[in-house]
Design a protein around this ligand. Structure first.
Ligand code: DC
Length: 229
């Protein structure tokens, strides 16, 4: 069986990875795999069960359940745990904080590694896989690696807009969000286990001065220039 084309897209929160990749994939008939959703779902499962976010047997149990019951719907980029569509809950601040805490745990990263590979490799055509360690750990042999970034200011503005649009009413200033993102960047890039970093062979894609439409067009052009579409 031939393997689908895999494009690894890493980069910090708010760089535009999810909205840009989701649209490009929709237009190309590719699958968009948002690996942050898996960390967010595990974080939420822990919080729902009142667990403190430290490695231990309870989290191991949650990971076993999750490995058996998580399903990614390629057509809609929605995550199901059993029959529950958990997608609507994944964008909350709570889910993001839970995700960041569990993402530090080697036990969690080890359990989610095969899931990320399996989900991506089951894509019917090609997959853009978005995360923090996709080009370095999950798919070091990806057909293309992209490191997507943007200035801290821009990323905070986008995150605030997204929170206002998708979540319950938020009472956060641009400054609050900027501080939260800077903290998240630090946590993601300084953790011991699979820290976020640009793979040596990743193309740098800086969206600071691009609007969404330009970023989508530029990303498609990049895929064309690499012979992937
Ligand atoms: O991309 P996101 O904001 O949904 O990610 C949520 C958290 O999960 C963030 O702290 C980074 C972490 N994460 C990770 O460590 N590795 C991934 N492949 C994806 C997300």
């Amino acid at each position: 069986m031939t393997r689908p084309k895999i494009v690894a897209v890493d980069g910090p929160a708010g760089s535009g990875k999810s909205s840009i990749c989701a649209t490009v994939c929709k237009d190309l008939g590719w699958s968009y795999v948002n690996t942050g959703a898996l960390y967010r779902a595990v974080g939420l499962l822990c919080l729902d069960r009142g667990l403190s976010l430290v490695e231990g047997p309870e989290i191991k149990k949650i990971l076993e359940e999750f490995s058996e019951s998580a399903r990614w719907e390629h057509e809609t980029a929605r995550l199901f745990v059993g029959v529950d569509d958990v997608t609507p809950r994944l964008n909350s601040v709570e889910a993001g904080n839970g995700a960041s805490a569990v993402a530090k745990m080697p036990m969690v990263r080890d359990a989610l590694l095969p899931i990320q590979r399996k989900l991506s490799l089951s894509a019917p055509k090609g997959a853009m896989v978005d995360g923090r360690d996709i080009g370095t750990v999950i798919f070091p042999d990806a057909d293309l690696k992209i490191f997507m970034t943007a200035s801290l200011e821009q990323r905070a503005a986008r995150r605030l807009k997204q929170l206002e649009k998708t979540g319950p009413k938020v009472d956060l200033s641009h400054d609050d969000v900027m501080k939260a993102i800077a903290l998240r960047d630090d946590q993601d890039s300084q953790r011991d286990s699979a820290p976020m970093r640009r793979a040596e062979d990743a193309v740098l894609f800086d969206t600071s001065d691009m609007d969404v439409a330009q970023a989508i067009a530029n990303l498609k052009e990049l895929l064309r220039s690499k012979g992937l579409v």
